[in-house]
Design a protein around this ligand. Structure first.
Ligand code: CA
Length: 681
């Protein structure tokens, strides 16, 4: 009898814990709430013999966290109605490509139900005016237009979530780098464009209203850092925003009007807010993107948003954020974030949750109203090769861009079209099954700090010395704990320092003792630098000289480039890209003068992508004749690979030439070359 009453109590608790604000309510609480007390007892009597398997969808948020291995401290004082949003714009195109979504227990379910059950209360959708060419081929990125918004809106509304409509006012992606006017409006003057924008916004929102979609917020522009819909003067930009805002007020008077900017780290937000005030824009929410790897500190985010809230009386929130749970790529289309030794959180599910938790904390501290994730439902389309995926991306628009987008966006989509660059930042595994980290929203609201803290990852140790200096291996390494704190622990290395006398890059394996009983593998990245005898070795000068490039094919772009984000070190590197197959074939070399006789080591680095079966190698030539080569590989963005030639025997008076040879068969091949060195032993 005691057992029975405990079970009934559990059922009642289950029903009572269902928090509509946090979960979307209807689907999570349906089981217990619709079961009468009598039948519940009858069912529980039978259940005593056969304990029921409770499907995840029947669990209230707190219950669903039982047994969760992730350590999370709740964000205190989070408002009941705090927005936990998920951009799910790509979902219909992915489903058309064969993607299915599953709960953590493996049950196939509507992805919007899964999100609602995990504490998501807002769904965000991007809307492009006309992401199709004249033949009806979609540009990709989900081909998101009014029809997509209606489908997603209906499905979100059915699960008790509100819709955040994100107008780009473009036919394709709008961001700080591009704000292209829709094809149909390209010849409009400002007045005509504003009128068209207002009418279009009105039409889209009426379609959603007539479809019964619960629209809670509307963005009039996406990451509009100084441009919108082809306009660049602030008075013109705000005029367009105001036209959108009027349409929102008219169709959904209860909805909030949001503006959206990126790059809080650049210190422009107060200027933006002041400009919007000067031009008297009618809006409610000042929203920001915040990607931890690019957008400055969380303190800066909090301070900036808080100032805007207090000075201008606006709601503030983060409209886009995300974090990687793995460094892997699953769809043969490179990711924006890949392996890096400098990262604020480990690329694990715990790291992903910690990042979102800290962003939420930063917004809460600023008095903000919510955080929206971009876009945790976007996974690969599941093919076993790039070619197989490419067909789906082209047919259903399920990659970030299709080849058809080239007519509208030749410089970006036209060059780099492909699949998903954020499939390692999703909340679903490559097969569509929800990760434990999808519990993040409920974890942040309710906390799960009873689980013991443990070591999550050992940070790689980095040591750089000049040849001749003693090699002193570190005695400790940092362990990242599950709460993202660092602890210094003892380490032993499987290497003999006395054997490491030559200049070079050494990766040394080690064992960290993270507790009395537990050990984890550790890594030391040791660079022993010789005196570099090359000139302009890192391409930091204003020209590539004395490097000499020889184009043996017909490479479209072959040049010095200054872009720190694409360089291995510093600002500069040597860049190549070409759209056509078999067009990339070149050498890049230099011939240092005044060398003394001796044994020399040469090294050079490359990274790139879309190269197919590339032939790449470093080489050394003596008096014009190749005497040594070292094969190199090109994998994906930000994965640098060295080519190293050791022990080049040189006699004074000879001509020594060092270089790199690159030949790629694939169209669209690109790469970056950086950090060459030549040293004598
Ligand atoms: Ca990818």
């Amino acid at each position: 009898m005691k057992k029975l009453s405990v079970f009934v109590l559990a059922l009642l608790l289950l029903a009572g814990c269902a928090n509509p604000a946090a979960s979307g309510g209807s689907s999570t609480a349906a089981g217990p709430e619709t079961t009468g007390a009598g039948s519940a007892i009858a069912a529980s009597v039978a259940a005593l013999e056969n304990p029921p398997v409770i499907a995840q969808k029947d669990l209230a948020p707190r219950e669903a966290l039982a047994g969760c291995p992730l350590y999370v401290e709740a964000v205190e004082d989070l408002p009941e109605d705090f927005i936990f949003g998920m951009d799910a714009s790509q979902v219909p195109a992915l489903e058309a490509s064969g993607v299915k979504y599953y709960d953590r227990d493996g049950t196939e379910r509507d992805v919007f139900e899964i999100l609602a059950a995990n504490g998501v209360n807002y769904i965000r959708v991007r809307v492009w005016n006309d992401p199709f060419d004249a033949q009806g081929h979609g540009y990709g990125g989900g081909n998101c237009n009014v029809d997509t918004a209606l489908e997603i809106g209906k499905r979100a509304t059915a699960c008790g979530m509100k819709l955040l409509v994100d107008f780009h006012y473009s036919d394709f992606w709008a961001d700080p780098g591009k704000q292209m006017v829709p094809k149909a409006w390209k010849d409009y003057d400002l007045e005509t464009k504003a009128a068209a924008l207002e009418a279009y916004t009105h039409d889209v929102l009426m379609t959603l209203r007539n479809g019964g979609v619960d629209v809670g917020m509307v963005q009039v522009g996406n990451e509009t850092n100084g441009a919108l819909c082809g306009e660049k003067d602030w008075s013109d930009i705000v005029k367009l925003m105001a036209a959108g805002s009027r349409a929102v007020r008219d169709v959904f008077p209860q909805a909030k009007v949001a503006v959206h900017f990126a790059n809080p780290e650049r210190g422009n937000y107060l200027n933006y807010a002041s400009t919007l005030k000067i031009f008297e824009l009618d809006y409610d929410v000042f929203g920001s993107s915040y990607y931890p790897y690019w957008h400055g500190s969380l303190n800066n985010l909090t301070q900036t948003l808080e100032k805007i809230r207090k000075s201008y009386g606006k709601d503030v929130m983060v409209l886009e954020t995300s974090y990687a749970w793995t460094a892997e790529d699953f769809d043969f289309s490179g990711n924006t974030i890949s392996e890096s030794s400098e990262k604020p959180y480990p690329y694990t599910q715990q790291g992903q949750v910690n990042s979102l938790r800290d962003v939420t904390q930063a917004v809460q501290k600023a008095g903000g109203i919510g955080v929206c994730y971009w876009e945790g439902t976007w996974i690969g389309v599941g093919g076993v090769s790039k070619e197989e995926n490419q067909k789906l991306w082209e047919q259903y628009g399920s990659g970030w861009a299709s080849s058809y987008a080239a007519e509208y966006d030749p410089e970006d989509a036209g060059k780099w079209y492909g699949g998903c660059a954020v499939d390692n930042q999703s909340f679903f595994d490559p097969q569509g099954r929800a990760l434990d980290s999808l519990m993040a929203f409920n974890l942040i609201r309710f906390g799960n700090s009873e689980v013991a803290l443990k070591a999550e990852e050992v940070e790689p140790a980095v040591l750089k010395i000049t040849v001749g200096d003693p090699v002193v291996l570190p005695e400790t390494v940092n362990v990242v704990m599950t709460d993202n704190s660092r602890q210094s622990v003892p380490v032993t290395w499987q290497a003999d320092p006395a054997a490491m006398t030559e200049p070079g890059f050494y990766e040394i394996e080690g064992t960290a003792s993270v507790s009395e009983t537990e050990q984890m593998s550790a890594k030391l990245e040791l660079t022993i630098e010789g005196v570099n005898l090359l000139q302009n070795p890192s391409f930091e000068e204003s020209t590539e000289a004395p490097w000499v490039v020889t184009d043996l094919g017909s490479c479209k772009e072959l040049k010095l480039e200054k872009k720190a984000g694409d360089s291995r070190t510093g600002e500069g590197h040597y860049h190549f890209w070409s759209p056509d197959s078999d067009s990339v074939c070149f050498t890049l070399e230099q011939t240092p003068e005044g060398l003394e006789s001796g044994s020399y080591d040469f090294r050079i680095w490359i990274m790139g992508g879309d190269c197919g079966e590339a032939e790449v190698y470093a080489y050394a030539k003596l008096d014009g004749e190749t005497v040594a080569t070292a094969p190199m590989e090109i994998t994906s963005w930000n994965e640098w690979h060295p080519g190293e030639i050791s022990g080049i025997a040189y006699t004074a008076g000879q001509t020594l030439t060092l270089g790199i040879y690159v030949r790629t068969p694939a169209g669209g091949a690109w790469g970056k070359i950086d950090d060459a060195s030549l040293s004598i032993r």
